[in-house]
Design a binder for this molecule. Structure first.
Ligand code: ZN
Length: 291
């Protein structure tokens, strides 16, 4: 155990498995900057511990993660505290690069094998945390969606792995409509590796980790590197970096339109802030509701 405030870090099985829990259940593990900084520390703690072979990343409470924390008092205070000194789009670019892009990339490149353990909502930036792990294990109730297009007027989250994870056509559908997919559908897309009943999720994820921990570390590392480098040769990182810059253009657009008041779309410019349920991407329904 450790003295983190926003995450919980523990090791199991004589230290061969590290388990990190996002620990803001009351906020559905919304990601404030303090949480992301601690998560980076926790991953580096596991990376530096030669006993650790597998790292499990989970979330305490009903949801894995509801995305970036845009609303709580903690988040507002932190945005001021960690604001970059550069003005306007430049400062925003550096801030989002450091906290939303480059740390996610760093976690993907960890030399340990990582497993995301997902239950309940995994929304927007919650996807980034699951996607940067090597395997994704889900509870039957897991729900995956990126709603930042329909709710914030943004072209997806900062780490734009959507086409790689959903496939290109499904990525367009899910981003344009803001609809969700179930654990079963994510499994069919190849995004999720295993699905367990909620009450067995933790135990079965640990058992998978135990199996992987039996593999020689050299073998596990080279399997990870071989797959990740294949994606990189297909353009994975260059595509992600290019899309990060499009994301920054999108913020700059809203900032210019709102004369600096908002870096996200506002109702005045056609982005509704009214509460609406997230619709399931139902194969046989458009989801259209006349006003
Ligand atoms: Zn952003």
């Amino acid at each position: 155990m450790s003295d983190y405030r926003f995450v919980r870090y523990e090791t199991l099985d004589e230290g061969s498995i590290a388990r990190i829990y996002l620990n803001r259940p009351e906020a559905r593990n919304a990601q404030n900057i303090g949480l992301l900084r601690e998560l980076d520390e926790a991953f580096q703690q596991a990376e530096g511990d030669e006993r650790v072979r597998v790292v499990i990343l989970g979330g305490l409470g009903p949801a894995f993660s509801s995305g970036h924390d845009l609303g709580t008092a903690v988040a507002r205070e932190e945005r001021e505290r960690y604001r970059r000194p550069q003005p306007a789009a430049e400062g925003r670019w550096h801030f989002e690069w450091d906290y939303y892009f480059d740390n996610t990339r760093r976690w993907r490149d960890l030399r340990k094998i990582t497993i995301a353990q997902v239950q309940g909502y995994c929304l927007a930036a919650g996807l980034m945390l699951a996607w940067c792990c090597d395997l994704i294990v889900a509870a039957q109730d897991a729900v995956f969606a990126d709603v930042v297009g329909t709710r914030l007027g943004m072209c997806g989250v900062e780490y734009f792995a959507h086409p790689w994870e959903f496939g290109p056509r499904k990525a367009k559908e899910l981003l344009l409509l803001g609809d969700s997919i179930t654990a079963e559908e994510a499994y069919q897309l190849g995004m999720v590796n295993r699905i367990f009943p909620s009450e067995r999720l933790e135990e079965e994820t640990l058992n998978l980790a135990r199996r992987i921990a039996q593999l020689p570390t050299m073998t596990a590392l080279l399997i990870k590197q071989a797959v990740n480098q294949t994606l990189e040769m297909q353009g994975f990182y260059n595509a992600l970096k290019a899309c990060f810059n499009l994301h920054q253009l999108n913020h700059a657009h809203w900032a210019e339109l709102t004369k600096g008041q908002s870096i996200l779309g506002t109702p005045e410019f056609g982005v509704s802030r009214e509460w609406r349920p997230i619709l399931h991407a139902d194969k046989g329904a458009s989801g259209w509701q006349p006003q």
